[in-house]
Every structure is written in structure tokens, then in C-alpha cells.
Design a protein around this ligand. Structure first.
Ligand code: UDX
Length: 444
């Protein structure tokens, strides 16, 4: 009876409205719903998921005051600051109204918020509700953030160009160029945003979309900094049944194309939802892929520059180009043998979970940290640090798909895939961590 009462408790989830952050938050919602909790998604008007795709969830819109004419959707620091300023009052009022009507069987047990949406913690504290942080990126990124105050104190920031290839003291194998502090024009704003993301305030725990078999030692170091329980329960997409969480329409036609290709032969190329190649790089990539003679599946998003004339005719049926792919299905397909990736954390963990080795071409933020770990620590990725020239691209693709380096990386990726499967299976580390998280929420 007691169990039944607790199963009716409500969780309010507050995602940061970008694909790479919404995805893990909605996956977490689906997992916690399967554990018996009611789920409310408090969302901005900017980039929100379609409620029709989630009939089991309630949706609570928050006015975010973002005028897309004034703030570019690529100015993340301004957007994040806008959400934190503008959404707080609205969330607080809406939840206060819900709480007035709530009964014992439908109480808000806690607010789970993206690490960048810290206004949600202020709302939770004001209303006397516990809160938990969801960190959607790697623990390695968090560790690199944690080092920043020390690096500032020791006079390393801002970095000199001459230091870029040096290892960061205490953060090996990361080099200064791998840290996310490259955008010097708004360095102060960036440092402020990082400081806010690092401060757990009164939150009760941090959930991670990672797993011990990838990041146990990094998590142990982070644990020394925080007096909070950490719950590495990832990879979330392997625990939850596959629902599409895409903000864009997935083109399923590439799956029937993959069905016709041979085992491990296809290189999948995608830069996630934000990073993009400029005109010149896209042209080189196109001819590098064409000349590699490997079959390829390439995501060229709607907002990318058009492909060069004559390219599609030149590659014929050997290439499949889509605006947005069902990526998890693609990576799980046995024709896919390699991934040219920007190394966003979701792409990183999705690729490793399917035993697919990568070529790592990071663009910004945490991508450089993930890329470095992929190539140097987990040894499942080949680092791409060259200028985009078709000859070098062709060579790298061959190296990954048919060369010895690729073979070794593929073997390591297959080993990690097995370890990840064990971690989410009954009694595995992520499985146990998830149960501990549920117990914590039930104890509130
Ligand atoms: C952003 C940041 O850029 C990234 O560095 C950070 O780790 C998370 O937030 P994004 O660039 O979109 O994310 O990359 P990523 O984290 O890889 O997430 C992309 C998601 O979109 C993945 O879940 C992937 O499966 C999905 N995707 C991508 C598709 O479903 N189809 C595609 O065609 C491309």
C-alpha cells in the first residue's frame, strides 16, 4: 500500500532546450516513468519537444522571453542566461498553483534540472521541494570545468597560443587546446556560466548519462569535490525503449539503404545538431568521401551549405545523404563500421555502446574533451586534427574502415560495448545506480 502511494509521486523535469540536452532528459523521464513516477516536462517555448509524442507526460510551458530576432540560436551563453532570467518566475508560479491543489498521492517529489538551468534549483528551494541535477555530458568535461578556478589562480587563463599543445597540469591527457575556453571574445561570460554550472547549490544529487566502465576514476575524482551522491546511470538510451526524441524529422529511408550494404562497410558522417562545416570544408569532405571508395551515409542538415554540383552523380548508389538520420538505429545497424563525428557526448556514448569506432573531429565545448578521451583513453577513436583536405580525409576514412588502426579501435569499441551491456544489466553498475536514485527520490 505504501509502495503504491509513493509510485504516484510527480517529478518535474527542466531540460535545456537543445537536442543534445533534451534527449537525455526525456530518456530519463521515460525511465523514471517506467519506475512509477508521474512526469511533468517544464519547457521553454524555444525548441520544445512535441507533447503528442509523449502521451504519458504532462507538459508545462514556461515563457522564456527569447526573441529569436535578437538572440541568435547559436549564441548559447546569451540564450542560457535568458532562460535563467526569464523562466524562473513563471515556473515558480505554475508549480505553486499545482502544489495548492496537490494531495498526498500526487505530490511533487523533486525537480530534476539540466546543469545549465539552475534557476530551477532556486524555484525548488523557494517552494521547499528537493532538486537533483542532470549532467548531460561526460564526467571528463565536468572534471575539466572543476580545474578552471585552479588554472585561473595559477595564471594560465587566458591561454597563450604557444601553450595550446601542452598537457594541462593535473588533467592529462587533456591539452590546453582541449579545454572549452577557446571563445576568448566572451571569456568572462563563459567563465561565469561554467561557475554557475559547477555550483550544486542546495541540490541533493547529480545524475550522469555515463557509466562506471567508461569514467569510474574521473567520477571518483569529482566525488572528492562534491558532498553529494553521484548517480552514473547511463547510457540512458540503452536502458529506455527507443522512442524518437528528435526535434527534426528522421529520414528512415537510410535504413533500407543500409540493409543493402555489407557488414561493417559503411562510414556514417554526422556532426550532431549544432556544429557544421563551412562551404570549403564541406566540398573537401564530399570529395574525400567520394574518393575513399567506401559506402557512406552522410547527414547534411537543412542549415548546411548545399553539396557540390556533380557530387551525387559521381558517387551514385555508394552514398546515401539525408537531412537527419535515426542515429541510434544507424549506429546499431551491422553495416555501419565507422563514425565520422563531432564527438558531442550523446554521439560519443551512442557510438561506443554499439561498438562503432570513430574519427574524432571536435568543434567546440565538451567535444574536444570527449574526442581526446576517445582517442587517448578509450582508444576507440582516431583523432582528426588536420586541415580539411580531400586527400587526408580519404586516407583517414580508409585507415578507420580497412586499416590496422581502425581494426584495433573497432576491437576496443566491441569490448566496451560488452562492458556497457553488463553495466545496464541486472546487478550492473548503472542498473544499481538507477535503483539507488529511485530510492533517494522515494526518501524525499
Ligand atoms: C550538444 C553539444 O554540441 C554537445 O557537445 C554536447 O555534448 C551536447 O549538446 P549536439 O551537438 O547536438 O549536442 O551533439 P550530441 O550530443 O551528439 O547529440 C546529438 C543527438 O542528435 C544524438 O542523440 C544523436 O543520436 C541525434 N542525431 C544526430 C540524430 O538523431 N540524427 C542525426 O542525423 C544527428
Amino acid at each position: 500500500m505504501e509502495y503504491q502511494r509513493e509510485r504516484c509521486r510527480r517529478l518535474v523535469l527542466v531540460p535545456l532546450p537543445f537536442q543534445g540536452h533534451i534527449t537525455p532528459m526525456l530518456q530519463l523521464g521515460t525511465i523514471l516513468h517506467s519506475k512509477g513516477f508521474h512526469i511533468t516536462i517544464a519547457h521553454t517555448q524555444f525548441n520544445f519537444p512535441d507533447p503528442l509524442n509523449y502521451p504519458d507526460f504532462d507538459f508545462l510551458p514556461m515563457s522564456d522571453g527569447i526573441c529569436e530576432r535578437n538572440v541568435s540560436s547559436h549564441n548559447f551563453i546569451a540564450l542560457i542566461s535568458g532562460f535563467n532570467t526569464n523562466c524562473k518566475g513563471h515556473l515558480q508560479e505554475s508549480l505553486a498553483r499545482i502544489m495548492e491543489k496537490e494531495d498526498q498521492d500526487n505530490k511533487i517529489a523533486c525537480i530534476i534540472y539540466d546543469e545549465y538551468m539552475h534557476f530551477a534549483e532556486e524555484v525548488a528551494t523557494h517552494l521547499g521541494i528537493p532538486s537533483i541535477i542532470l549532467s548531460t555530458s561526460s564526467a571528463a568535461k565536468m572534471q575539466s570545468y572543476l580545474a578552471i578556478p585552479r588554472l585561473q589562480k595559477d595564471g594560465y587563463i587566458p591561454f597563450q597560443d604557444s601553450m595550446m599543445l601542452e598537457l594541462v597540469p593535473g588533467l592529462q591527457p587533456l591539452r590546453f587546446k582541449d579545454l572549452c575556453l577557446q571563445i576568448s571574445k566572451n571569456l568572462d561570460d563563459l567563465l561565469q556560466m561554467i561557475a554557475k554550472a559547477l555550483d550544486p547549490r542546495s541540490s541533493s544529487a547529480i545524475i550522469w548519462n555515463t557509466t562506471d566502465c567508461l569514467e569510474q576514476s574521473t567520477l571518483a575524482k569529482i566525488q572528492q569535490e562534491y558532498q553529494l551522491p553521484l548517480f552514473p546511470i547511463g547510457p540512458l538510451h540503452k536502458t529506455v525503449a527507443a522512442t524518437s526524441i528528435s526535434l527534426f524529422k528522421e529520414d528512415q529511408s537510410c535504413i533500407s539503404w543500409l540493409d543493402k550494404q555489407s557488414h561493417n562497410s559503411v562510414i556514417y558522417v554526422s556532426l550532431g545538431s549544432i556544429a557544421f562545416m563551412d562551404n570549403k570544408d564541406l566540398l573537401e569532405m564530399a570529395w574525400g568521401l567520394a574518393n575513399s571508395e567506401q559506402p557512406f551515409l552522410w547527414v547534411v542538415r537543412m542549415d548546411s551549405t548545399p553539396l557540390p554540383q556533380g557530387f551525387q552523380e559521381a558517387v551514385g548508389g555508394r552514398g546515401c545523404i539525408v537531412k537527419w538520420a535515426p542515429q541510434k538505429q544507424v549506429l546499431a545497424h551491422n553495416s555501419v563500421g565507422g563514425f565520422w563525428s563531432h564527438c558531442g557526448w550523446n554521439s560519443t556514448i551512442e557510438s561506443i555502446s554499439e561498438g562503432v569506432p570513430l574519427i574524432c573531429q571536435p568543434y567546440f565545448g565538451d567535444q574536444r574533451v570527449n574526442a581526446r578521451y576517445l582517442s587517448q583513453v578509450w582508444e576507440v577513436g582516431l583523432a582528426w586534427e588536420n586541415d580539411m583536405k580531400r586527400g587526408a580525409i580519404e586516407e583517414a576514412i580508409r585507415m578507420l574502415m580497412v586499416g590496422n588502426e581502425g581494426k584495433l579501435a573497432r576491437q576496443k569499441a566491441k569490448d566496451l560495448k560488452q562492458k556497457i551491456e553488463l553495466s545496464i544489466d541486472h546487478g550492473g553498475s548503472s542498473y544499481n545506480s538507477l535503483n539507488d536514485l529511485v530510492d533517494l527520490i522515494l526518501s524525499f
